[in-house]
Design a protein around this ligand. Sequence first.
Ligand code: GLC
Length: 486
Amino acid sequence: MKILYAASEAQPFAKSGGLADVAGSLPKALVNEGVECTVIMPYYKNSIPQELQDDIKFVTQFYVPVGWRCQYCGMFKTEIAGVTYYLLDNEYYFKRDYGLYGYFDDAERFAFFSRAVLEAIKQTGDIPDIINANDWQCALIPVYFNIYYRYQHDMRNIRNVFTIHNIQYQGKYGYDILEDIISIPRHLASLVEYDGSVNFMKGAFEVADKITTVSPSYADEIGEAWCAHGLDRALANKKYKTCGFLNGIDVDEYNPATDRDIAETFSIKKKTGKKTCKAELFEKAGLPIDDANTADTGDEPVIGIVSRLVQHKGLDLIKGVFDEIMGLGFKMIILGTGENEYETFFHDMQNRFPGRVSFTCGYVPDLSKMIYAGADMFLMPSWSEPCGLAQMISLRYGTIPVVRATGGLKDSIIDCGEDQGTGFTFHDYNAHHMLDALKRARECYDDKKAWNALMNRAMKADFSWGKSAKLYIGLYEELCSWGRDS
Ligand code: GLC
């Protein structure tokens, strides 16, 4: 069985969010299970580290229809850990200076990419059984397949899976792009038409053979208006082909016993290294180290937050009861960028609580790792969360998640009872319910025996890809077993 996994970002080549982690680790897990899986993504010449570029080899070139034009596409190839990566090159579209997305012509850039993926299959004759396209940037792949490729003899048996990593980002544009930019004939406009705009994701919902998302709870929630950002109606009659598989994480990369990026390694049996990690975190975050871990300051646990600072991550809850959180005797280390309102708020809090609150505005991978490894608790009060990877990474490092039970957070964190559970959860989107969960966490932290047992359970929780990779394989196999045209 041959899978072509199409994504607009994948580790270690380019990353702006969790999609890159999944596109970097699921294909590896599939290959480990004996499935042939190739990743295909844009060749972002300015984002890919030079040492990786040295191993990237030219394969072929072809032209891709984009509206009334034809655009060059170079196809490059490299291999890491048994996974083949195809990188599709067009410098006009993908050699950009400021990040992967957010340009005036994103619709055209990813329409080009989506069409180029199908052209690459046609040109090389390397025909997959399944194309698994991810998120809005690749949502036109199943649409173009249906319009232009499914009647081509060699490609007729390809099946399409579309995976939603976040339903908020849909690829919504005006009608004017329909023919000249995204090459969809007017008589087929209804495929991508939704609520008065062109909507890439809705197009994928219409034509994909299966729709998957990144946790079972999120698969249910996207059918409801509070979560779906308008697309619940488009999914209403698609339940028969929609399901959710919880993401895994790369457990070799995030392993406190072997991780070279943390100050001192540690394990369930020997946790002293975590104290060193905490001290390093405090130093980096600019909090006084003496306060880090000593009983004489009341041993205040530190809450870590690594998040995009946007409303749906639940930051208004934190803002609403910040003083009360501090009143419970916590320290807080926050890393992230986003909406001005929250950046300003956390700057203010850093000034109001010197030595107890630290805010770093930006995306600093080193510091995020230090937070996962060195904090005591990790707070994610999200309004909605498709899967969330940070809570799973935190668990690996014995950093206890405090989360709202939604989407993947609900599916991955079991609320702490006496001898069970891996974190603290709350259900309603309510600041005082969050505060209650934090209170319970604080009380547990003070009972050293209970806390140690909780850390052990957290560190033992298994979020490796094995289980979910098998679920994907089951789904792919089901599709392959559908009748084939000879
Ligand atoms: C998106 C989601 C996040 C998920 C990730 C990987 O970034 O917001 O919850 O973990 O994709 O699927």
